[in-house]
Write a protein that binds this ligand. Structure first.
Ligand SMILES: *Cc1c(COP(=O)(O)O)cnc(C)c1O
Length: 422
């Protein structure tokens, strides 16, 4: 067996892997042309301008058609979409929302910004939420579940929806990292009451920033539209003082999507299928080769192998130390694998753990809940165990077959060196 690069051997690859920005890596003339059309029309705002291009509307229509949902709202980010979703559902001060222990800070952060308090559910070997742990965090003050599909791998939504329906909870799907993923034939984001998408640089498709909210419910959509636009009704007649709906009005924020974002996102949206197909193919081929050569390697589980977009291959190492060793050795081979979120549950981020907000009296954590909310390090033991042991290989849609061969060669070399007795 050849020598590890970390011990002075020749690296499996002569250059690093391409950066894992799937959408940005295929950005080109199409996006430039759409953006330039918007600029030359001098109409970068969605609701008025001298030569409106209706780019945001076109994005919303294309998403609605392809996802098979009636309502889509473009917003400024997925964080905004989460806040708008919670407000559309009427969730706020005095409410608890279930959030998985493994997610980006934006998920529990949006709950706090909406005035509610997150409670954390453990993960299983899918590294998504464990539906079997929902009962543990349930009480009368819980109003919703945010199901987060981490890194392209869909949440097992059937038991989540069954639990939610049984307890009268709303379900928001945070598919910021899993645009284009499917669960049992349906796009993730279209299964719960509301789905939220991110178009930030690090996500599947991107305009640098941006987000969207999707729903099948006209009332939720109407509330979302208003909350994202200062509480304004789209049909201005409904905003009159003597309108019968005036009592139903509320103050909102500004989370409106720019036409420039919409213009870029239309083309990115059209490229999504190609991006997903390329990632799935190469990820599937890497996984199959590794499984054949390394029978003891454990992979991250998935509730729907066919629906996983293949943007990242999750490999579960025997221990946290082993995972770190594996990452370090593969970096020397110029294969940029990584451990997500510093190997820690999201609730270990200090400001969240200590329930510190920018508000007076630490609103909203100051609510006198009947069942007080406290966070302890080991409240989600599987997350504590599995997150630091799970190593991800990013799979760019631009990987060539040669890249795939070198990646497999490097991983096999390192894994055998550390974990296979000869
Ligand atoms: C990135 C991310 C968000 C936030 O998305 P922005 O568009 O950057 O606000 C929310 N949830 C998850 C799981 C994410 O990965």
């Amino acid at each position: 067996m050849s020598k590890l690069a970390i011990e002075g051997g020749t690296p499996a690859r002569s250059k690093p892997l391409p950066p894992n920005y799937p959408g940005a890596s295929v950005m080109g003339a199409e996006e430039a042309e759409q953006a330039s059309r918007t600029i030359l029309a001098r109409s970068p705002f969605r609701y008025y301008g001298p030569g409106m291009q209706h780019a945001v509307q076109a994005l919303e229509d294309a998403m609605a058609k392809d996802l098979g949902v009636p309502y889509v709202l473009g917003v400024t980010s997925c964080t905004a979409a989460l806040i708008v979703a919670l407000k559309a559902l009427g969730i706020g001060y005095g409410d608890k929302v279930i959030v998985p222990a493994k997610t980006f800070l934006a998920t529990p952060g949006a709950v706090v910004c909406a005035g509610a308090v997150p409670v954390f559910v453990d993960v299983d070997e899918s590294l998504n939420l464990d539906p079997g742990d929902l009962e543990r965090v349930m009480d009368d003050e819980v109003k919703a579940i945010i199901a987060v599909s981490i890194l392209g791998n869909p949440v097992d939504m059937e038991p989540v929806m069954a639990f939610a329906r049984k307890h009268g909870l709303y379900v928001i799907e945070d598919v910021a990292q899993s645009c284009g993923a499917k669960y049992k034939g349906s796009y993730t984001g279209t299964i719960g009451d509301i789905g939220v998408f991110s178009f930030q640089m690090n996500k599947v498709i991107t305009a640098g920033e941006g987000g969207a909210l999707v729903t099948r419910d006209p009332q939720l959509f109407d509330r979302a539209v208003r909350y994202h636009d200062q509480g304004m009704f789209r049909q201005k007649a409904r905003y009159e003082m003597d309108s019968p709906e005036e009592t139903n009005a509320f103050i909102g924020q500004n989370y409106r999507m720019s036409e420039l974002t919409g213009a870029v996102m239309i083309e990115q949206w059209h490229k999504l299928d190609g991006i997903v197909a390329a990632m799935k193919k190469q990820c599937g081929s890497i996984r199959a080769s590794l499984a054949a050569e390394l029978p003891t390697m454990r992979f991250r589980k998935t509730a729907d192998p066919d629906g996983d977009i293949g943007s990242n291959l999750g490999m579960i190492m025997p221990s946290a130390e082993a995972a770190q060793q594996f990452v370090k050795a593969l970096h020397a081979e110029r294969i940029g694998v990584y451990i997500l979120y510093g190997g820690k549950p999201v609730y270990m981020i200090p400001q969240l753990f200590h329930q510190q907000t920018a508000e007076k009296d630490n609103f909203p954590f100051n609510y006198p809940f009947e069942q007080p909310v406290t966070y302890t390090e080991n409240m989600c033991p599987s997350a504590v165990d599995l997150i630091p042991r799970t190593v991800y290989l990013p799979v760019s849609p631009t990987l060539t077959d040669q890249d795939v061969r070198e990646i497999v060669e490097g991983i096999v070399k390192v894994y055998k060196h550390f974990f296979v007795q000869v």
